[in-house]
Design a protein around this ligand. Sequence first.
Ligand SMILES: [Zn+2]
Length: 319
Amino acid sequence: MTEGGRQRRASYRLLIATLWTTLLVLAVEVVSGWASYSLSLLAASLHTLIDSFSTVLSLVAVSSPQRTLGREIWGHGRAEVVGTLILIASLGFGGVSLLLLAVQQMEASVQGEVGPFPVDIELQVIQLILAMVIITLTVALFSGYQARRLLSLALQLNTRHILQDAWLSFALLGGLWGIRRGYHWLDPILAIALVILAVRSLVRVLNAQLPMLLKPTAIAPEAIAEIACQVEGVTRCTRILSRGMVGRQVWIELHLALHPDFMDQARQIGEKVEGAIRERYGPIRARIWVEETHSPYLQSPDSSASENPQKRRQETDLN
Ligand SMILES: [Zn+2]
């Protein structure tokens, strides 16, 4: 097996372990939240649902063979888009229901009544949630360590998200402890805060992992062509694709036609073009195909060298 294949498999296994852990936490939060009538535990489960989705996206990125090592997340398929829409719909429904219940519960406790969702946290629930936090953090720290070793962006993104959430888990534990001590009004307040944070977290996941959904064309092709044609030896720049978000990460594909005299410098010219685009637009990953201009004065964009059977093609994949 190749080195790349081994690394991809290792990332994949770690992400599967993370996914199972997250699903276990989700199940514990839903069941114990329901059993204790705790809105805050149910709200936390919404967040955990987003985390599971985030892990699934990373898995898709890593397992897809045309995406090298999960470093590149080129072109999301229909399944990811449908999954995102289903997730947003269920979060919307769950979030709104929880907010309504939380408001009713707060009104009831202000009036000194019991309310529709009388929370009661057993000590075992707190112990169970604490165990889940410890397991999650252990898995996250281990995958974070491995992510650096494997240079897997998908794994790194996923781990960073889980570690950023750690403080939330401790806030939840503190809240549950307070509720058990008799501060029942903590439950709806914590639930509202968690629902708001779940929305923020969803935006974060979509931003980090679905840049293509948000911006299918990151940079105008004409702007890229203009930069490329300023490099000496380039006569034409065609078939330009770009995805991602400018400033964060942009994936670019383009074809360069070179003057025949410059064909021996194809690689350096490709690097120069990539450098010039990076200087202007920040982090990019470029895949550049280089071919000889059929005739130095050929300017028609459609008579590209791809029809020429004797074209010389060279691919530079830098970074
Ligand atoms: Zn999260």
